[in-house]
Design a protein around this ligand. Structure first.
Ligand SMILES: Cc1ncc(COP(=O)(O)O)c(C=O)c1O
Length: 490
């Protein structure tokens, strides 16, 4: 039975005004995308009028299809302009050491990384069991790419202090079957820039491609460098870097759905493409994973870049740099908190050294005060931490964050540590992923207050349980849980 008040397909259509009201009512439960109090998922420059411009540009091209660039040359022109801008920003193009750089516009960082791995894999059809070398601080999308493409993943540990891989470990991980070596500029979790020049050198020496994942930082590091921040070489100026990804829906402040994957030359890009003529329909050629693609995100990104311009991005980077410094000072000022890494880009990441201060409770206390941060579980000798993605819109909030953090830390100390029932902890430690049944997961989720709709305000118990669970069980729990959430609404 369709619910006539909320079902997506009512018997009789409802008015445009009502539908928009309904969507706005649904959106009220979401985290705030603007206003500088959400430190993950969204990238907000706080520039008046930019949203309206991007929305208008999106609407102009929403129905244009990227499937066929000859049918819709407007889209091709805008894509080529985006690729050119990204390449120029990242050390490629005329007059540089990477004059032949080419690229593609994808739907996001994950698609760019999957395609970087595909291009590297398909360039070596002689290898039955291709492998990629990825520092453990590399984005999880590399593991996804490896999984989707049946490529083996060789993880390289990171130093617990510098949070970077040792170059010798990267070199040692390269085998005859290695098709790609990865470096991050910077890593998402800690905002740390890998030793790209050294990693690219060992990859080149082995005759292997090197991808720099600059999805997160590729659109900020160049401006920070221009502002005098010491940014180590990470782009096409580095010999041996064969491809770079940069997400425009992150620090280029474009609406979601746009990333650029660049290759040093067309030969390196060629195996990324897919063409198929062995069916009775149109001959298909796709540079990226999707076939039909909306022009909306591309036009919106194009409008955003042109409107902000170099001077706009430089100004936003300066504002962001100052906000990062202010947030880092706020962390330093709270006893028991410690920066996991000195900020070198646009991330502030901290941990708790005080055994009486539960970091997951602190995150909940911040949420209760309207600050939405991202908890990161302890991993391979690294402590649990809190991640803050800092964007320009945070700047006007920095002065309020310090007192809120101090207050939240005091409240967390007063609340004490999360103590899970011993039988639950024992279960988390002993359960195998295979033993998980839907009923067990449903019972667990209900017990922890997790159901459809927004997550509960207090997530410390959930995070503590996930942290107690071995990684494979943790993954399986999350899969089962999201499976519970993704149910058709009738
Ligand atoms: C370094 C890095 N690479 C890749 C990704 C994946 O990007 P997306 O979420 O757009 O697929 C992210 C996302 O945060 C990232 O920070």
């Amino acid at each position: 039975m369709i619910d006539e008040t909320t079902g997506a397909l009512p018997v009789e259509g409802v008015s445009a005004a009502r539908v928009l009201d309904e969507i706005r009512a649904l959106r009220a439960a979401d985290r705030p995308t603007h206003g500088g109090r959400l430190f993950a998922y969204v990238y907000d420059p706080g520039v008046a009028g930019l949203d309206e411009l991007a929305q208008a540009a999106y609407a102009e091209s929403a129905h244009v299809n990227g499937l066929d660039p000859t049918a819709f040359p407007s889209l091709l022109a805008m894509e080529n302009a985006l690729v050119g801008a990204a390449a120029r920003l990242l050390g490629g193009g005329p007059g540089t050491s990477a004059p032949d750089v080419v690229g593609s516009v994808t739907s996001g960082g994950t698609e760019s990384l999957i395609l970087a791995v595909k291009a590297a894999r398909d360039a070596r059809p002689d290898l039955a069991d291709p492998r990629i070398v990825v520092p453990v601080s590399g984005h999880a999308a590399f593991a996804k790419a490896a999984h989707y493409l049946r490529v083996a993943l060789d993880p390289v540990p990171v130093d617990p202090v510098t949070l970077r891989p040792a170059v010798a470990d990267v070199a040692a991980a390269i085998r005859p079957e290695t098709v790609l070596v990865v470096a991050s500029a910077p890593s998402y979790a800690h905002g740390v820039i890998d030793p790209v020049a050294e990693i690219a050198a060992v990859a080149a020496a082995a005759g292997v491609r090197c991808h720099v994942d600059a999805c997160f930082g590729g659109w900020t590091l160049p401006w920070l460098r221009r502002l005098g921040v010491p940014v180590p070489p990470f782009d096409f100026a580095v010999p041996g870097v064969t491809s770079i990804s940069v997400d425009l829906h992150k620090y280029a402040y474009a609406p979601k759905g746009v990333s650029v994957l660049l290759h040093r030359d067309p030969g390196l890009r060629a195996p990324q493409f897919f063409a198929y003529g062995d069916w009775p329909g149109y001959t298909m050629v796709n540079p990226v994973i999707a076939s039909t693609r909306s022009g909306g995100p591309i036009a919106a990104a194009y409008a955003t870049l042109r409107h902000l311009g170099e001077d706009g991005y430089l100004r936003l980077a300066a504002v962001t740099r100052d906000a990062v410094a202010g947030l880092a000072d706020a962390v330093r000022a709270v006893d028991g908190l410690r920066l996991l890494a000195e900020p070198e880009s646009t991330v502030v990441c901290f941990t708790a050294d005080d055994p009486g201060l539960d970091l997951f409770v602190l995150v909940d206390e911040l949420t209760a005060r309207g600050w939405h941060t991202q908890p990161q579980l302890a991993y391979a000798g690294l402590p649990a931490s809190v991640h803050l993605t800092v964007t320009a819109a945070v700047a006007p909030r920095v002065a309020e964050f310090g007192p809120a953090l101090a207050e939240a830390a005091a409240a967390a100390r007063a609340a004490g540590l999360v103590v899970l029932p011993p039988e639950l902890l024992a279960l988390a430690g002993s359960l195998t992923p295979e033993a998980l049944t839907p009923d067990l997961v449903a019972g667990l989720a209900a017990g922890l207050g997790l159901g459809a709709g927004p997550a509960p305000d207090r997530m410390a118990a959930v995070n503590t349980l996930l942290q107690a669970a071995p990684v494979r069980l943790r993954e399986r729990l999350l899969v089962e849980f999201v499976g519970l959430l993704q149910r058709p609404a009738w």
